[in-house]
Write a protein that binds this ligand. Structure first.
Ligand SMILES: Cc1ncc(C[n+]2csc(CCOP(=O)(O)OP(=O)(O)O)c2C)c(N)n1
Ligand SMILES: [Mg+2]
Length: 533
């Protein structure tokens, strides 16, 4: 056994079954160990995508995602995906394969200091050294999985990878549990909830990592709390619930702000301000925060109390306190939901982006997984989509990088082959990551890839309009629309110009082996009203 074999065995023992990346000569010893050891290497088109795919794998499997790159430019490409795992709090191991130990630090082709590169975008960056391989990989896994979860970087010199070892494969370490919130803090939280007449809970992305997400529903129902969510927390409770208010701070956010500001208590449940700061929307409403980290707020925010500690433990306690009551009525909440959803769909004779998103929702079964991307479409999808289950609504909002959607969908389909998965992305994001279409093809993934072709980097166009800048540098396509080619990289491509045609195309693609690119030619002019209201 060499050190590369030991690394592979240690990763496998932690439940890691695949790694995404792009090789070079320096990576080959590790890849050979992966082949021998039965840890799949998934070749991506870009290392950034490997990072996003590993992030999503971490979210869905509970074991850290793994991504692999060569030195220098491989590492810098990988960095974009690794940063995603930092700000979206996903467990991830980023492995860079380096020169031989004695060459490190010299002026040699491709070499840069990987530890300096990864320091600001990881929880730790560690050197793999002879004799300390098992403990270092175990340490990295433990750190990635401790709250707040995140990425850890490991640098593997080629000679270390190839060196024989007699270290034993370390057993998987115990999962670090956070301490519960200090005694009495949850009881106080319960008193505040019981004393409020118009409380609203806002569920955030820390709750995505609950061991038992059903605790959220128990708290909400116990105390009759109307609940909204951040973008990433959608689906943790079925949005068809009668207490559901939908997402905050996305399309038609003023509707949501008006309601939130009419509350007399906001209860942040796992609310991580990395998605959106409280001061953006909370105004004067008192805040009760229940999360894993102390709250990060501007001085304007009226924090009345916070309970910081293990979120499962906090919610379990909240769910067993005596039930509380408030003055909200189901009718008022239903009316609000209906007005919000109506505002998101301004009528238009053309094939709108909102109609396209609804068509995709209709075609994807309730339990299906959506992976989407960053742009104006993100705002529209977040507000308009109804999510019904945890881990069914995949997006980056802490990192908010274009290029997440397609590798995210590929990783989701690999992790959950039993579930239907749809990728829904803007044309700008498609242009950034279209090479991954070939990856989906090679892997034989049943995957509709819906591209919202609106000819613009629409989010930036809308910002130009709002700020009265002339439109410049944001158009993606000047010429008139042309039907897409018959295929991209052997993946069939179809153009659709209506909601019905899109729905039919997605249904057909979900029943077809392999991926399908569906280009939906949409009119996104309504974003000026819906996305920035
Ligand atoms: C890596 C990266 N570069 C730039 C941005 C800024 N940005 C956010 S949305 C967007 C436009 C996305 O265009 P498209 O995919 O067509 O989506 P649309 O806004 O048209 O829905 C840009 C450039 C970003 N978030 N990430
Ligand atoms: Mg666009």
């Amino acid at each position: 056994m060499n050190n590369a074999d030991l690394i592979v065995a240690t990763l496998k023992a932690a439940g890691i079954h695949r790694g995404f990346g792009i090789p070079s000569g320096n990576v080959l010893p590790l890849m050979e160990a992966m082949r021998r050891g039965g840890l799949d290497f998934v070749l991506t088109a870009h290392e950034g995508s490997a990072g996003f795919a590993a992030d999503v794998t971490g979210r869905l499997t509970g074991a850290p995602g793994l991504c692999i790159a060569t030195l220098g430019p491989g590492a810098t490409n990988l960095a974009t995906g690794v940063g995603c795992a930092l700000l979206d709090r996903s467990p991830l191991i980023a492995l860079t394969c380096d020169l031989n130990t004695e060459q490190i630090g010299r002026r040699i082709q491709m070499w840069i200091d990987h530890h300096a590169l990864f320091k600001p975008i990881t929880k730790a960056t560690l050197r793999l050294e002879r004799g300390r391989i098992g403990e270092t990989v175990s340490q990295a896994i433990g750190l990635a999985l401790s709250e707040p979860m995140g990425p850890v970087h490991l640098d593997l010199p080629e000679d270390v990878a190839l060196a024989p070892t007699n270290e034993a494969v370390p057993p998987p370490g115990p999962r670090a549990r956070m301490a519960p919130a200090p005694n009495g803090t949850i009881a106080r939280a319960g008193e505040l909830i019981a004393g409020a007449r118009r409380p609203i809970a806002v569920i955030g992305s820390s709750a995505m990592r609950l061991a038992d997400p059903s605790l959220l529903l128990r708290v909400i129902e116990r105390h009759g709390l109307p609940f909204a969510t951040t973008t990433m927390a959608k689906g943790l409770i079925d949005e068809d619930h009668s207490l559901s208010l939908g997402v905050i701070e996305r399309a038609c956010r003023q509707h949501q702000r008006r309601l939130l500001r009419s509350a007399d208590l906001i209860v942040g449940l796992g609310y991580d301000t990395v998605e959106v700061e409280y001061e953006a929307w909370i105004a004067e409403v008192p805040l009760l925060q229940v999360d894993i980290e102390p709250v990060d707020i501007a001085s304007s925010v009226r924090l009345v109390h916070q309970a910081t500690g293990d979120l499962d433990a906090s919610l379990k306690q909240l769910a067993t306190l005596p039930a509380s009551r408030n003055t909200w009525t189901e009718a008022a909440l239903a009316e609000h939901r209906q007005q919000f959803q109506k505002a998101l769909r301004p009528p238009s004779p053309s094939f709108t982006a909102h109609a396209a998103i609804d068509a995709v929702r209709r075609a994807l079964p309730r339990d299906g997984v959506l992976s989407f991307d960053v742009g104006a479409h993100t705002h529209q999808i977040a507000s308009q989509w109804s999510a019904h289950a945890p881990k069914s609504f995949l997006i980056t909002n802490g990192w908010s990088s274009m290029g997440f959607g397609l590798p995210g969908a590929i990783a989701a389909k690999l992790a959950r082959p039993d579930l239907p998965v749809v990728c829904l992305i803007g044309d700008g994001c498609f242009q950034m990551t279209c090479g991954e279409v070939a990856v989906a093809k090679r892997l034989g993934l049943k995957l509709p890839i819906v591209v919202l072709d609106d000819k613009w980097l629409a989010l930036i166009k809308v910002k130009q309009i709002r700020r009265q800048f002339p439109l410049y540098g944001t158009a993606l396509q000047d010429e008139d629309y042309r039907e897409p080619p018959a295929h991209y990289f052997g993946v069939p491509a179809v153009g659709v110009g209506s909601a019905d045609a899109l729905e039919a195309a997605v249904r057909k693609a979900l029943a077809t082996n392999g991926p399908t690119v569906i280009e939906a030619v949409v009119d996104s002019d309504h974003y000026v009203d819906t996305v920035y209201d």
